[in-house]
Write a protein that binds this ligand. Structure first.
Ligand code: ADP
Ligand code: MG
Length: 243
């Protein structure tokens, strides 16, 4: 079976700042892997290396068997298989929710306006904002905006989804709606790599939890182990701060 994501000895330096120093990770199709760890430990950089938003300094990344670190790779083709959701929702402010979900379908996948609109409405419905098609981002709550951003990613029919702290910018009372959408996606079998501080979500939804610190993976295992019975002092002290 082809791994969804395979990361081998990944290093990323920004000048003298060695942010990732030898990451090895496997994500299998249908798995949900949550990445946790302190601020600055390299979680976002790791995620961004998967779709080459950052170019690795050394090492290999494969997505569905295709080496993204191969200089000859068609990176646009690989990126089309990967949906990404950021902490800041990055919606176009001058477009309605519907237009935000249609635009990449039309531009990148060359879908007709009619097809793009059908797919957009389906996905906005799926994430619970089907009644907000004609609203502009400024008219939506943070939780609604983030769900539009998830619908936008899903409308491209990705094989896997990367989430970078999707609920960190939200007011606490809006976090649950976004996590519920992510949980539903997980139940439907979506492959997901999720950077999060939501330990409840990680514990209940993740197949594996990866704890990163200082650019390395300190612990990788089922949530019952990494969160429930951490083996390393660094993991324990991090969990003591966030739980
Ligand atoms: P995390 O997501 O775990 O908080 P990041 O991956 O965002 O950590 O950042 C890890 C380190 O990499 C930080 O020291 C940050 O300043 C540095 N870094 C991240 N992106 C860049 C960049 N584009 N240029 C220079 N330094 C960066
Ligand atoms: Mg980050």
């Amino acid at each position: 079976m082809t791994h969804a994501i395979e990361i081998k000895d990944l290093h990323k330096h920004f000048g003298a700042n060695k942010v990732l120093v030898g990451i090895d990770m496997l994500v299998e199709p249908g798995q949900v892997v949550c990445v946790i760890g302190p601020s600055g430990s390299g979680k976002s950089t790791l995620l961004r290396c998967v779709n080459l938003l950052e170019e690795p300094t050394k090492g290999h990344v494969h997505v569905e068997g295709i080496e993204v670190t191969d200089p000859d790779v068609d990176i646009d083709a690989v990126r089309r298989r990967i949906g990404m959701v950021f902490q800041q929702f990055n919606l176009f402010p001058h477009m309605t929710a519907l237009q935000n979900v249609m635009i990449a379908q039309q531009r990148v996948l060359k879908r007709s306006k009619r097809d793009a609109e059908v797919v957009a409405r389906e996905n906005l419905e799926k994430v619970g904002v089907g009644d907000k098609c004609d609203s502009f981002p400024a008219q939506l709550s943070g939780g609604q905006q983030q769900r539009v951003a998830i619908a936008r990613a899903l409308a491209m029919n990705p094989d896997l989804m990367l989430f970078d702290e999707p609920t960190s910018a939200l007011d606490p009372e809006l976090v649950g709606d976004v996590l519920a959408v992510m949980r539903k996606l997980a139940e439907e079998g979506m492959t997901m790599l999720v950077v999060t501080h939501e330990m409840g979500f990680a514990r209940e939804v993740a197949d594996r939890v990866v704890f990163m610190d200082g650019g390395v993976i300190v612990e990788d295992g089922p949530p019952s182990q990494v969160i429930g019975d951490p083996q390393h002092e660094r993991t324990r002290s991090f969990l003591a701060r966030v739980l």
